[in-house]
Design a protein around this ligand. Structure first.
Ligand code: NAP
Length: 331
């Protein structure tokens, strides 16, 4: 009998997640029923929103104790009970954190592996990474040549893409990340104009040197104290794209910015978004991303952890910052 190995929630984390909050269990793999597909999961996207689903009441739903952990992934259809899919199709959708998934077919979409390899459909072409960067920067706030753009969590999945899209638009890009290795990655691989190590440098005084005329666009992946540092340095007419607040996801109480009045004082705008709001335009964005990718203007290195057993450690890594580029698990 074929077995599925999956990551289940053992205990609800009170604050920082630990590998011990999860366990791996094996269950028999069932054949898909009518309207279902069976998927051999190829790659799982390790995403920040997963942390919020481990709380009692999360915006993206709540994982029950003993239930499989929520995750998006790509995989190959092994068997199909739905006429829209045939074995061999590559698909994207809510695979959960497991080696095999038997799921309702309508939850999944086919991916075009002639555009890019399957893992890139979670990375550069992925909803929670490349498409989030694309819409969050180019549509939500916009960017013009010559503007100064600051990106937090710049060496991660979304951040790496935002930095490059801003460069393509002709902006001057300052990336913020933790540690000298990430700073090297940002300057050498991603091509930012300047990088700040928030773990070892004073971000405020570095910004005063690097952006003395003020910040035109801040792409916020982090929230927390860093957001106040940016609010205090916005140029007149500046825009903030509120993409996420990873510094806050592990706490029970999300803290907002203290200096929010700077938005009024600087005639600035702060706009939040969820990427699925733009779903009708995903194909259009993918086409443009592929053009930049093929022209060698857009890259996204992948950090791949191998084996489903590595999923809990990978999720911890996402918050500790132990990866560069897109973090994936190959189950
Ligand atoms: P990621 O950037 O690949 O990984 C998260 C990074 O955050 C880590 O590498 C770490 O880098 C940094 N970090 C963690 N704690 C931090 C803290 N306290 N202060 C500063 N930096 C911290 O993750 P991602 O999947 O690309 O997600 C980035 C953001 O996009 C998240 O906030 C996520 O919620 C958001 N998002 C939003 C949408 C949407 O629709 N709005 C969709 C997808 C993702 P360092 O080593 O540099 O600390």
């Amino acid at each position: 009998m074929s077995m599925n190995r999956r990551v289940v929630l053992r205990s609800r984390p009170r604050r920082n997640i630990a590998e011990s909050d999860f366990e791996i269990e094996s269950v028999a793999l069932e054949a898909p029923g009518p309207g279902q597909i069976s998927i051999d999961v190829g790659f799982i996207s390790v995403d920040a929103f997963i942390r919020t689903t481990l709380n009692d009441a999360g915006f993206h739903g709540t994982v029950g104790i003993g239930a499989p952990v929520t995750a998006l992934g790509v995989g190959r259809v092994a068997a199909s009970g739905d006429s829209s899919f045939v074995p061999g199709d590559w698909v994207f959708g809510p695979t959960l954190a497991q080696t095999h998934a038997v799921m309702p077919a309508p939850l999944f979409v086919k991916i075009d592996t002639t555009l890019a390899p399957p893992s890139a459909h979670l990375g550069l072409l992925g909803m929670t990474t490349g498409l989030t960067a694309y819409f969050g920067l180019l549509e939500v706030v916009g960017v013009a040549a010559g503007e100064t753009v600051v990106v937090s969590a710049a060496a991660g999945g979304v951040g790496s893409v935002v930095c490059q899209l801003a460069r393509i638009a002709g902006a001057r890009v300052i990336g913020i990340a933790g540690g000298s290795d990430k700073l090297r990655y940002l300057t050498d691989t991603i091509g930012v104009d300047a990088a700040i190590d928030y773990k070892n440098e004073d971000v405020a005084s570095r910004l005063d040197e690097l952006a003395s005329e003020g910040i035109d666009v801040y792409f916020d992946n982090v929230g927390g104290e860093l957001l106040d540092v940016m609010l205090d340095r916005m140029a007149s007419g500046a825009r903030i794209s509120l993409c996420g607040a990873i510094s806050q996801y592990q706490s029970s109480e999300i803290r907002g910015p203290r200096l929010y009045l700077r938005i009024a004082e600087r005639n600035a705008r702060m706009c939040g978004f969820t990427v699925d709001h733009f779903s009708a335009r995903f194909d259009e964005a993918r086409q443009r991303i592929v053009e930049w990718m093929r022209a060698g203007r857009l890259v996204l290195p992948e950090h791949v952890e191998r084996g489903i057993d590595r999923f809990p450690a990978a999720l911890v890594t996402l918050f500790d910052g132990g990866h560069k580029g897109k973090l994936l698990v190959q189950p």
